[in-house]
Design a protein around this ligand. Structure first.
Ligand SMILES: [Zn+2]
Length: 553
């Protein structure tokens, strides 16, 4: 009996106790897996000397214990290793993006990842990423797989797990008490730190994104502006042709016409345009800004909404206008579903498109034919065309610009921006603005040609800005409250034809006086309705930028 038992338990002596494996993994994750966090903590002015060291050790102990507390729920015979492997790999990819681009991981970032198409995702891939993934993710996974684990009886396992959980909680509470004063003030003053704790930031963000549908009714789309109609005075005039250019990642300060010290906007400078410089975006990413811009609610109400509503595009449609959405990007994020759309991905053009991606000018190609295909009775009332640009979408800025617009050199030829000098990064970004300037210039030429039969106007607004290495930050998408203004200040450029000015009674001098007025994307919905002279209950004149600039029409 005795003999038999010792025989059967002999192999059990081999291998590690699973609790040790979980603890060692937690230590690896809280140290190497969190290099992005530690390099930021190291730079904080508060973290110096012995007290700084004590803070770092205490903070590290809290992260280690928190991870090991989570692992105590996953510590079962066949589950532990796969669970730890998922932690390693998610920590490795999170660490790469946080270190390389100075981004943090929150629910917006996760939404972006989910909504990004494969083309954009491939733009982000590079050798440095693969090496980081290998060193921080695959290598520890390989070591993990090699370590033999001692099989435990169910009772032992449950006891071990409970003990791990209790010890972890004790360590968290103890460490918190020891460093509480510094911890609370540092976390309050540097809110970005909480989005850097890897990989818990990713899991928390995924949880927030997954929980959102439950807080909001996703099954029904509430109607909006069904009472919309064109002001009867419109029938006496030529139909309006409004071009809404939805910019991408264009930051306000890099436009020559906005005072930038480089000539990035030669074509716009030659046109009679009005540029508003005080506009803040709704979000810091396409996925948050675009639906918010086309919503009637404004940033605050939009973010806490309980229901989804139809968009500005629907209201224009309800008013009887012909509406067309052209998309040279990753889609309209749900705002244009009920009107005709053209995705440029499906188009072929010998010079404007290659490898499944097109330069923005493709949207002006055959535009008259596309408009002609819209219902005639709607066209007679007016036309709104939206052009959603590829614009300055990073990190591969150099891919957005035809060769003849690469005027600022040398450019950054890599999508790993930190491999290039700041000068190269800024050069490549400025080339994208130069090309956007050309695109807008071409769009204005097209609108001028339509003046025979229509009263044309253009409104160009970008969805958000961009960081180009300032404070080691790149790209965009930081949580709104911690993002620098560079990611939030957006260009807002208006061009009105003479016939449009005359019909609308808009006084350009009045608009020009608003060039420094603080405005936001909240103004967009109501300004567009105002430009089209649409009356509806959802229109708020106080948010219409032009409301007090209309003389007698
Ligand atoms: Zn965007």
């Amino acid at each position: 009996m005795n003999l038999k038992r010792s025989n059967s338990s002999a192999p059990q002596k081999q291998g590690w106790h699973p609790a040790w494996l979980a603890l060692l993994s937690s230590l690896w994750l809280s140290s190497a897996g969190n290099i992005a966090l530690w390099s930021q903590v190291h730079q904080l002015p508060e973290v110096t000397g012995f007290r700084g060291l004590a803070f770092a050790i205490g903070f590290g102990a809290i992260i280690t214990a928190a991870i090991s507390a989570i692992l105590s729920f996953l510590n079962w015979r066949w589950l532990l290793k796969p669970a730890i492997a998922v932690f390693f790999l998610s920590a490795a990819s999170g660490a790469y993006f946080m270190m390389s681009y100075g981004i943090v991981i929150d629910s917006t970032m996760i939404t972006n990842v989910v909504q990004t198409d494969t083309k954009e995702a491939l733009d982000l891939m590079n050798w440095r990423m693969l090496i980081s993934l290998a060193l921080l993710g695959i290598l520890p996974c390989w070591v993990l797989w090699k370590i033999p684990v001692k099989p435990l009886r169910l009772g032992q396992q449950i006891f071990g797990n409970i003990l791990t959980l209790v010890i972890s909680l004790v360590v968290i509470v103890g460490a918190l008490l020891a460093i509480f004063q510094d911890f609370s003030s540092i976390m309050r003053n540097h809110t970005q730190l909480r989005y850097l704790v890897n990989p818990l930031n990713s899991y928390y963000a995924i949880g927030m994104v997954a929980a959102k549908p439950f807080q909001r009714n996703q099954t029904t789309l509430l109607p909006l502006g069904r009472d919309a109609q064109l002001n009867p005075a419109n029938s006496k005039h030529k139909p309006t042709l409004l071009l809404l250019v939805l910019g991408e990642t264009a930051r306000m300060g890099n436009f020559g016409i906005n005072g930038y010290d480089r000539p990035t906007t030669p074509e716009l400078s030659n046109e009679n345009i009005i540029s508003l410089k005080g506009v803040m975006s709704c979000g810091t990413s396409t996925a948050t800004s675009v639906p918010c811009m086309f919503s009637h609610m404004g940033k605050e109400a939009y973010e806490s909404r309980k229901n989804n509503y139809e968009s500005l595009i629907d209201v224009l449609h309800h008013a009887g206008l012909a509406v067309l959405w052209l998309d040279n990007q990753s889609g309209c994020k749900g705002v244009c579903e009920r009107v005709p759309q053209v995705l440029t991905k499906s188009l072929k053009h010998p010079t404007l498109c290659k490898n499944g991606e097109c330069f923005d000018e493709i949207m002006l190609h055959e535009i008259d034919q596309r408009i002609q295909a819209l219902p005639a009775e709607r066209r007679a009332k007016g036309v709104v065309v939206v052009m959603h640009q590829m614009g300055s979408h990073g990190p591969a800025y150099y891919k957005r610009v035809p060769d003849q617009f690469k005027k600022f050199l040398p450019e950054c030829k890599s999508n790993a921006l930190h491999e290039c000098s700041r000068e190269q990064v800024v050069n490549s970004f400025d080339n994208t603005i130069l090309y956007t300037d050309h695109f807008l210039g071409q769009a204005i030429q097209w609108l001028k040609k339509s003046e025979a039969n229509a009263a044309p106007a253009m409104l160009y607004v970008s969805d958000h800005g961009e960081s180009l290495g300032e404070n080691n930050l790149y790209l965009h998408g930081l949580p709104y409250n911690v993002a620098p203004d560079l990611q939030k200040r957006v260009p807002w450029i208006t061009w009105l034809s003479a016939s449009f000015e005359k019909q609308s009674g808009l006084v350009p001098a009045c608009l020009k006086n608003k060039s420094e007025t603080p405005l936001t994307h909240d103004n967009y919905f109501h300004t567009v309705l105002g430009l089209m002279n649409i009356s509806t209950d959802v229109y708020q004149s106080k948010l219409d930028v032009h409301a007090d600039c209309r003389g007698a029409s």
